[in-house]
Design a protein around this ligand. Structure first.
Ligand SMILES: *Cc1c(COP(=O)(O)O)cnc(C)c1O
Length: 371
């Protein structure tokens, strides 16, 4: 049996007719940039996040960068974030000219550890950028408390967490602004690059929508240095077809996660640490990520047996060559470093079958020589 990390073809088959007709409509309309499809998606995603404004942009990385820029983050400022995330989180911070300041993670959730944030705050700290990794919200209440106390912004990296919630509040309404990615592999994925910022702050929303069109307002008059980062009509049309299915897909991911956990607890209770859904969170399982010893050997064995897995992420950001001048070294964030050596993400997508899941876990058991 072959089990891919992700199979987008089953989803396309189920939506094919609608997709082709909506793309035909866009092409027939000849309106390709910032038209009705983008407006509709912005409204859907803002409503879904329980905030007023959605600003469609070219991708999730630009969403992070534009959100920070709109908050006034610039050269000389510091932004606190986690070293255990996709590169774009800290890349967006560095692109504003600000310095990423890393804080270690909570080993249970893999998210930033709020109890370590206060020690990293200086008078240059302008914002905190928590990442809701793998689809589960970071522990936001203490983060919100710290941000209020020091009068700094929170920009959520919600690239992996659309649909998740924290104590009844959605990912997207837990900070001053939140950034989604619609990269094809994300829970709501376009057929190319796309992203969105959501916010309840009118002034920030206005600035973001100006920044994405070269800082132009009125047209051809530039008060802010923006750039071209728009979500296009084709991608928005595709996402509008997918959006009504998002909740159902999240539920299917959660069912798959529950099934993995059941199987793993049965067969490999000692060898595998399964993901934990913290109390009062709704985890949308963008990834189902376990911790194991002999991780690389396990991954190799699974690959030989037709099972794809991924390591998110093998090298924490504080030891990335590009951030060398920040002065961090191996040993600075032991939990992030340990996670980078132990984390393994198993195949996860809504259409994953129970037979496939059983096979994945049986192969794992075979590796650990239990069966
Ligand atoms: C995918 C992702 C991004 C970047 O999104 P793109 O749309 O690929 O630019 C940023 N942060 C995290 C945590 C991500 O997973």
């Amino acid at each position: 049996m072959k089990v891919p990390m992700l199979d987008l073809s089953r989803q396309y088959e189920s939506l094919k007719d609608e997709m082709l007709s909506t793309l035909d409509e866009v092409m027939t309309s000849t309106r390709f940039i910032l038209g009705d499809n983008v407006k509709q998606l912005e409204k859907s995603v803002a409503d879904y996040s329980n905030v007023q404004y959605g600003i469609g942009v070219a991708n999730g990385s630009d969403a992070l960068h534009i959100a920070l820029q709109a908050c006034g983050v610039t050269t000389g400022d510091e932004v606190i974030t986690t070293p255990f995330t996709f590169f774009a989180t800290a890349g967006a911070i560095a692109r504003t000219g600000a310095t990423p300041v890393f804080v270690d993670i909570d080993p249970v959730t893999f998210n930033i550890d709020p109890s370590k944030i206060e020690a990293a705050i200086t008078d240059k700290t302008k914002a905190i950028m928590p990442v809701h990794l793998y689809g589960q919200c970071a522990d936001m209440d203490p983060i919100i408390e710290i941000a209020e106390k020091h009068n700094i912004y929170i920009v959520e990296d919600a690239a992996q967490s659309i649909g998740s919630s924290y104590k009844g509040r959605t990912s997207g309404q837990l900070g001053d602004a939140a950034c989604y990615s619609f990269f094809p592999t994300k829970n709501l994925g376009a057929y190319g690059d796309a992203g969105m910022i959501v916010t309840d702050n009118e002034e920030l929303a206005e600035r973001m929508s100006v920044i994405r069109v070269h800082g132009s307002k009125p047209k051809y008059h530039h008060h802010i240095l923006g750039y071209n980062s728009r979500l296009d009509e084709m991608q928005a049309a595709i996402l509008n077809v997918k959006f009504p299915h998002l909740n159902e897909w999240s539920e299917q991911r959660r069912d798959n996660a529950e099934n993995y956990t059941k199987l793993l607890k049965e067969l490999l209770p000692e060898e595998v640490t399964v993901p934990v859904e913290e109390e009062n969170r709704y985890h949308v399982f963008h990834q189902y990520t376990i911790r194991v010893s002999k991780r690389d050997e396990l991954q190799g064995f699974l690959k030989e047996n037709g099972v794809a897995t991924m390591i998110y992420y093998p090298l924490p950001l504080h030891v990335q060559p590009v951030f060398k001048e920040l002065g961090y070294k191996e040993g600075d964030f032991p939990e992030a470093e340990k996670a980078a050596k132990e984390a393994l993400s198993l195949p996860m997508f809504p259409e994953l079958t129970t037979e496939q899941q059983t096979y994945v876990v049986e192969m794992m058991a075979k590796f650990y020589k239990k069966v």
